[in-house]
Write a protein that binds this ligand. Sequence first.
Ligand code: IPM
Ligand code: MN
Length: 355
Amino acid sequence: MELKIGLLPGDGIGPEVIREAVKVVDVIANKFSHDIIWKEGLVGAAAIDAIGDPYPNETHEICLDSDAILFGAVGDPKYDNDPTAKVRPEEGLLRMRKKLGLYANIRPTYTFDSLLEKSPIKKSIIKGTDLVFVRELTGGIYFGKKGRNKTNDYAFDTCEYNIDEITRLAKIGFELALKRSKKLCCIDKANVLETSRLWRQTVQSLEKDYPNVEVSYEFVDAVAMRLIHSPSYYDVMITSNLFGDILTDEASVISGSMGLMPSASVGSETSIYEPIHGSFPQAKDKNIANPLATILSASMMFERSFNLQNESNLIRDLVNESIANNIVTQDLSGDSKSYTTAEVGDWIVNKIKSL
Ligand code: IPM
Ligand code: MN
């Protein structure tokens, strides 16, 4: 099969972790006789530095022309403490999501038996956790009306949703629930927010189309608590943009390291696969970043965008094996020897070659 993959390494540790995922994808392609056509583009601070725009047109064209995109991370500390910056790397990410119509962000959280000790939460609580967030990604308060008044002493952001935006997101959640344990939780703040009441009403009206899915409705504040004291209670969870942003960071703690969790942003045009850890500038160029979340994102890409289950499973199995054998970067190695970003990638590559 010919696979056209866009490559957007971005900032911070993005290029380093992407490099390892590319190595893995190339060797998988070789093993299963696929032809990969890579096309690389600039995004984030790297794109601002080069051409003054965090999501240049040329990058957008590359995305439109790709079957799937592997994305590293965006963000640079030089912009974080400057509220007057005219342009920021994150703007590139948000524009990319909007322009490509990437309305659903799928973020799984699961545990690895050999890492149960690594989580700050008790082993007995997190054991068996296997949940997926489906976060709305192109609406809500991120994209609603926002601004300041003339005297610059008042600011506002607005949360807005229409039925179509909620329906298409909820359908992804229902479909995913059907493939898993048939449990769906809609997370909102319907006791206070009008948009949440529209979410609840819309999801309720879809229930009849999915009679086999058991739907529950919970308030976001209660979920924030229950996610920590009984994470295995949940399976598929659907929620709005901002709630999903916050809860998925919270959930990532359960797996033991932020460096482990992949994600997919899916839409009508194409899909983007990226680690959820962000640009982690403190680790940039040190060859210490954990590449596994990006390698697992590549596994998700084979499954979701190319329907190549064997390729996807093989990558996932080898990530599990590398963790079980302690071939891990310093965020996971504890008292034992730690491996570099490149060594972890090489170990997986060599395993695939040897099969
Ligand atoms: C994420 C990130 C982004 C978001 C930032 C970088 C704009 O935190 O992908 O979760 O808030 O969506
Ligand atoms: Mn986030």
